[in-house]
Write a protein that binds this ligand. Structure first.
Ligand code: UD1
Length: 327
């Protein structure tokens, strides 16, 4: 009984891998290490390779007795996906297709897939529900939606069942500061806030203060990465108990603005966050936060960590790991 974790050397993947192992499940991590780090995998069984390498996936499944999968492996840079769509369709969509084909050959029928709130684009309302209109505004988001749909069809026509988790804004690091995000490869807000706070960037650039939100800055749903990791275990347990395929938001249900993040960071760290207001970033919606009632009612999952926990853990991690896992 082993969980295959694709992309398990990445930020969310490595933290989820560690948590899954702590619950007594055996794992095997498959990662190309193009963006992931071997150090983040620790002593978990590891295979370097690509999800599109069907032969390798089949071999790993057989050798490790894989019976469930958590599928993280994907490219995730929104801007890059608009400049190089083929790279994203190829790796994310075709790669996933090849992975699912190999899983089917090996009789592996339970898949937890990491999708994104970006499939909603600019939500028609907030909090946004799973059944609301999907409106991908980037190639990246479209690739995730295409994989969601592929899994939906497999679920209809085969015995493969899946849980699609639509992540809101994953942030923070492990409580012991040993796993976290590499700010050198992230475009996301919290790593940039930490860079400015710790003096590794002159200022934080706030992308717009003229949104129709209470303080004019963008509002998002920041979810602690360890809470997010726990949602994967709940999803695996649900599928194991013969649950039907389902798509769930994974967020806190609360919106926080960029200004509120800055204020909370100053409160938690006791340091000033130097910032400047610049123009809006293309494609940024004003507000996006989850209706998280479905995951709560289906899996009994709720977030346990606060915004302060996110900021304190990110601060501790980035202070000690300015070069990520290369530090
Ligand atoms: C972004 C991606 C989304 C992806 C998610 C997680 C875009 C348009 N969306 O979401 O597809 O799933 O990351 O990887 O890129 N902000 C600043 N200054 C910064 C960085 C961000 O003001 O230096 C603001 C943004 O305008 C936004 C908020 O902070 O209001 C959060 O931004 P970010 O962390 O990049 O997440 P999303 O845009 O929600």
């Amino acid at each position: 009984m082993t969980v295959l974790i694709t992309g398990g050397a990445g930020y969310i993947g490595s933290i989820t891998t560690r948590l899954i192992r702590s619950t007594g499940r055996a794992v095997v991590v498959l990662d190309t290490l193009e963006n992931g780090h071997k150090a983040a995998v620790g002593d978990a069984p590891f295979v370097q390779g690509d999800i599109a390498d069907s032969q390798l996936v089949e071999q790993v499944c057989k050798e490790h007795g894989v019976d469930e999968v958590v599928h993280f492996a994907a490219y995730k840079a929104v801007g890059e996906s608009m400049e190089n769509p083929s790279k994203y369709f190829q790796n994310n969509v075709t790669g996933s297709q090849k992975l699912f084909e190999a899983l089917q050959k090996c009789g592996v029928n339970r898949v937890v897939f990491s999708s994104t709130a970006a499939v909603y684009g600019t939500p028609t309302r907030v909090p946004v529900r799973e059944s609301d209109t999907l409106n991908c505004e980037s190639v990246y988001a479209e690739t995730k939606l295409m994989i969601e749909k592929t899994l939906g069809w497999y679920s209809k026509v085969s015995s493969m069942k899946s849980v699609v988790l639509r992540y809101f804004n994953a942030a923070g690091a492990t409580e012991d500061s040993t796993l976290g995000e590499d700010w050198r490869h992230s475009q996301n807000l919290i790593p940039h806030v930490m860079k400015a706070t710790l003096g590794h960037a002159p200022t934080l650039k706030v992308f717009g203060d003229d949104f129709p939100t209470p303080d004019g800055t963008g509002v998002r749903d920041y979810i602690h990465v360890e809470d997010l990791a726990r949602a994967h275990i709940a999803a695996l347990d649900y599928l194991k108990a013969s649950g039907e395929s389902i798509t769930c938001n994974v967020g806190t249900g609360f919106g926080t603005s960029v200004m509120q993040i800055i204020e909370a960071t100053e409160r938690v760290t006791g340091k000033k966050v130097p910032f400047e207001i610049v123009g809006r970033r293309a494609g940024d919606p004003a507000e996006c936060y989850a209706d998280a009632s479905l995951i709560h009612h289906t899996f009994g999952w709720s977030p346990e960590k606060s915004l302060e926990d996110i900021i304190a853990s990110a601060y501790a991690w980035h202070s000690s790991h300015p070069l990520g896992h290369d530090s």
